[in-house]
Design a protein around this ligand. Structure first.
Ligand SMILES: [Zn+2]
Length: 411
């Protein structure tokens, strides 16, 4: 599966020097067939022991810019990934159109999520008009809706108050998503440490130092609990809409809470993006149990960011791997980044480094998931919930387009 990536390596090495940084498979006893047990007991990530033919996984939470798509495809090919969700589909109709035209060149491998433009939030019909724009984008080829943490922490209405995650003005958007059958990816709140006093005693100080705006400590912000409670009320009020609660429902610090949330709300799914550092801190048996219990509703994702912009010297790339970093990452780091994910989910190693070192100076405890659970986490859940409906709509549209073209011709 791994290919020589000399040119791409050069590209990224170049990008690393020019960009300004901002912000085993071990079959289980129950499911292993004779053929599987005959395989050497090695990491799927390292050996290409793919679960889906030549492909291993989909990454359902990335941030890509259209110029970076050819490189994103290369990243996928080199790491056994078949599809990515680009959560940064665009907030303006013009950008969305251009983005879609670029993504369409890669034949179902990059799916776009719609972003909300909060500019007109005070308009009386904001909910309805955003819902209509979402529907149009989905008809054109968008695969879902992504709501950023700005909702709850940054978007203000004309009275100067923060717009709450469960504000009824937004209900038409959630209802529309349910009606047209697309998932709503929502990032609410943030890690616990970002709500605690920033400073050397804060366990995420390395990040907060580099990105001070990630701190939500202080009176001007709602508490983390208030934010999560508002989101959970919103989720409960729209039972026919699928909510993809990003970053392990943004509470991987509390595994029991995530378990309860999944129990109580059948319309909730979660992704694991950028949270292995926290998920992996818990006792591995406990986490393993949770992943097995909710095996149909947890999706593999990383929060990888890859952006490119044209400059006089050619395209300039910026890569992020789950968080900000002191030194811009390179292609070698990408392979290692994915490999640490595979090791966490697939092996029974004692304690390993987690994929995003800046997120904490501790080791995580791999959970050695059964093969059929990995298969759902990496592939089947994303196909069922995001990609199959998306590709189905696209196919239906192109059939309809062809039919109407034929009708026009015959008139
Ligand atoms: Zn993200």
């Amino acid at each position: 599966m791994k290919k020589t990536t000399y040119i791409f390596g050069l590209l990224l090495a170049l990008a690393a020097t020019t960009s300004a940084c901002d912000k085993q498979e071990k079959p289980t006893d129950q499911v292993a067939t004779e053929e599987e047990t005959a395989k050497p007991d090695e990491h799927a990530g390292a050996q290409g022991d793919a679960l889906q033919g030549d492909w291993k996984a989909h990454d359902v939470h990335t941030h890509l810019s259209p110029y970076a798509y050819p490189v994103a495809i290369k990243v996928m090919d080199d790491n056994g990934l078949y599809r990515m969700v680009n959560m940064s589909g665009g907030g303006s109709p013009r950008y969305r159109q251009a983005n879609l035209a670029e993504a369409d060149k890669f034949d179902g491998r990059i799916a776009l999520f719609f972003n909300v433009d909060w500019e007109d939030v005070d308009d009386a019909d904001f909910g309805e008009s955003t819902a209509a724009a979402l529907e149009t984008a989905v008809e054109q080829g968008f695969a879902g809706l992504k709501i950023s943490k700005a909702l709850g922490l940054g978007v203000k209405t004309e009275d100067g108050e923060l717009l709450a995650v469960d504000d009824p003005r937004l209900a038409p958007i959630w209802e529309k998503a349910g009606k047209i059958g697309i998932p709503v990816g929502i990032h609410t709140s943030d890690p616990k440490a970002f709500f605690e006093k920033p400073g050397p005693e804060n366990e995420r100080w390395d990040e907060l130092k580099l990105a001070p705006s990630w701190s939500f400590y202080g009176e001007e912000y709602p508490s983390r609990k208030a934010l999560l409670d508002a989101r959970d009320r919103m989720v409960a009020s729209h039972p026919y809409t699928t909510f993809m609660l990003l970053h392990f429902a943004n509470n991987p610090e509390d595994i029991d809470y995530v378990d309860r949330l999944l129990d109580e709300h059948p319309n909730v799914i979660v992704d694991v993006s950028a949270r292995l550092a926290e998920i992996g801190r818990h006792a591995p048996e406990k986490v393993r149990k949770l992943f097995i219990k909710h095996q149909d509703r947890i999706l593999f994702a990383t929060d990888l960011g890859l952006r490119a912009r044209p400059t006089e010297q050619g395209l300039q790339y910026r890569l992020t791997l789950g968080s900000i970093s002191k030194k811009p990452p390179t292609l070698e780091d990408v392979a290692d980044f994915y490999d640490k994910h595979w090791r966490y989910f697939e092996t029974d190693e004692e304690a390993i480094e987690h994929p995003v070192p800046i997120q904490g100076d501790w080791k995580v405890h791999p959970i050695d998931l059964p093969r059929e659970v990995l298969d759902k986490l990496y592939w089947k859940n994303a196909e069922r919930i995001i990609f199959a409906p998306w590709l189905g709509r696209r196919a239906a549209t192109s059939v309809a387009d062809r039919a109407s073209a034929l009708i026009t011709q015959s008139q």
